[in-house]
Design a protein around this ligand. Sequence first.
Ligand code: ZN
Ligand code: ZN
Length: 277
Amino acid sequence: MKAEHKNTIIALGTGTSTGIPMIGCSCTVCTSLDHRDQRLRTSIYVETESGKKFLVDTTPDLRTQFLKNKISDVDFVIVTHSHADHLHGIDDLRPLTFNPNKIEIPIYTDKTTTGILQRRFDYIFRKPDPKKSVLGGGLPRLTVHTVPLDKKITIQGEAFYFFQYPHGHGSTMGFIHRSKSSTLAYIVDCMELPEAVLKTLEEMKINLLIIDCLKRGTHTTHLTVDRTFQYIKRIKPERAGLIHMSHDLFHTELERLARAEFGKNVFPLYDELKMTY
Ligand SMILES: [Zn+2]
Ligand SMILES: [Zn+2]
């Protein structure tokens, strides 16, 4: 009998940087009545089979995402890259650290993003001045840690493998999370996947792949439908969920495109969708 899948994943947001609807836009997707066409900024929340809870990215919609999904606890955070739509909700982690018994929440990211976090949010990451007492509600108690790339590592007992790929003028950090029963791969904000990363993904036998799929046509910094589908064919996951969509795509339309190519196992994600893997 097949082992029971026990990792739970919630799609906190599935939209591109503007969120959908986009401010000031009255296109048919932005005004759609289908709730699956309303997309907050891209992020996922995972509760692993051993009970660890991790968040991927801190979007400007973080507060709404946590309230809507009744989330009030995070053991660690992974930050994929430093773009505003993935990071600038970082202060909304603050209430999670109000509990005096909770030690700081660690953030794991690559070397470049570690430096950017320390500079952009110096008020969070610089050492507190012992001469100044904490006033008001204080700062979010967070620490930042650089992860090694292209090797297996463990974070709080969870097995990860981090890798990098180009995204515009910079890069994004993707990851594989491996548990006893299943393997998840997460690839957002991707221009292309290097051959070595594709090989690793093939070898690791991915059960659930979550992958960038911005729009149809082409784009200078993101995967678009054709390229996303090519990669899914190459990586051959059991299931694939599409994420980071723009207002170029209705949910139902992308669902149709994916089904025609792959059947039911490849599908667009939508906000608040909860799955197990
Ligand atoms: Zn993005
Ligand atoms: Zn980005």
